[in-house]
Ligand binder design. Structure first.
Ligand code: ADP
Length: 274
């Protein structure tokens, strides 16, 4: 057979274009690595509650003659399956958010409503341990964003503040407008008087699945995903999240979001048409 003759035309690439291509590949590879890592972590984390439920099911089976034990094991099965539910929900949220794509259609949202809804999600846990959640700061502020995501982020911060606090302490959720060179923001701070975070760990707490001393915190049954979700919500909103903490004294997490048009509402004209 005659040799096939193929001519490949190579368009001359400018150095900048080559660089852009290389960077694009690098980014693609990094995104892919992050995704693979995430899937591996998730599979690993799912095994714990699934394994526990499996063992507890066997235990219930073997304890059939002992109603006390059956109750104890099945209560733990309920706890483990709730943990599994939270983990799956958080994994779904995180996989949606982790591209850090800017929000498509941010809307003005009431910061008072957001912190009210977020505080409600921890009300039962807080009350059970005598922790009061109080709100303070400036009322009537509006942020730009997605209400569901912002409530979820603040709810995660409040849930942590409650989980890592001593009984009978106070969690403060406060709001403040901030005007800086980079624009108008609303700061939502969640302040607790809890265990605090060792300074060597503070860099890492926003990483997926990272937990400070899981043994010490086992009773809180966290997933290590909450702060990672908060970080990505901040990023998709063009805001940020900061933490300040003293071990043994407490922590302050501040979520900063773009403020909705800070000008006052236009006056509500009565119809003057003739
Ligand atoms: P978790 O589900 O473990 O709470 P997060 O991502 O929300 O996961 O938090 C990561 C880790 O950061 C926690 O395991 C805890 O060690 C630490 N942490 C988060 N919030 C607080 C807080 N308010 N006080 C003390 N430690 C905290």
């Amino acid at each position: 057979a005659p040799a096939r003759h193929v001519t490949v035309r190579v368009a001359p690439l400018g150095a900048r274009m080559v660089l852009a291509l290389v960077e694009d590949r690098t980014r693609e590879r990094r995104v892919e690595a992050v995704r693979r890592d995430f899937v591996a972590n998730v599979s690993h984390e799912l095994k714990t509650p699934v394994g526990a439920i499996r063992l507890l099911a066997d235990a219930v089976h073997d304890a059939a003659d002992d109603p006390e034990a059956v109750k104890r094991f099945s209560d733990r099965m309920v706890l483990e399956s709730e943990r599994l539910t939270v983990l799956v929900q958080q994994v779904i949220e995180l996989s949606r958010l982790q591209g850090d794509e800017p929000l498509e259609s941010p809307l003005p949202l009431s910061v008072d409503d957001v912190i009210g809804l977020a505080a409600d999600t921890s009300a039962i846990d807080a009350a059970a341990r005598g922790i009061s959640i109080v709100t303070g700061g400036e009322r009537g502020l509006k942020a730009m964003g997605n209400e569901e995501q912002v409530v979820m982020a603040v709810a995660n911060l409040v849930a942590n503040a409650v989980a890592y606090s001593e009984p009978d302490s106070t969690v403060l959720v406060s709001t403040k407008p901030v005007d800086g060179s980079s624009g108008a923001f609303v700061e939502i701070s969640v302040v607790d008087q809890g265990v605090g975070i060792p300074s060597v760990e503070i860099e890492r707490i926003f990483e997926r699945f990272y937990r400070v001393d899981p043994a010490r915190h086992r009773s809180t049954g966290g997933t290590g995903l909450g702060l990672s979700i908060v970080k990505h919500v901040a990023a998709t909103h063009g805001g940020d999240v900061r933490v300040w903490s003293v071990e043994g004294q407490g922590s302050t997490f501040t979520l900063s979001l773009p403020r909705a048009d800070p000008r006052p509402e236009p006056p509500n004209h009565d119809s003057t048409d003739t």
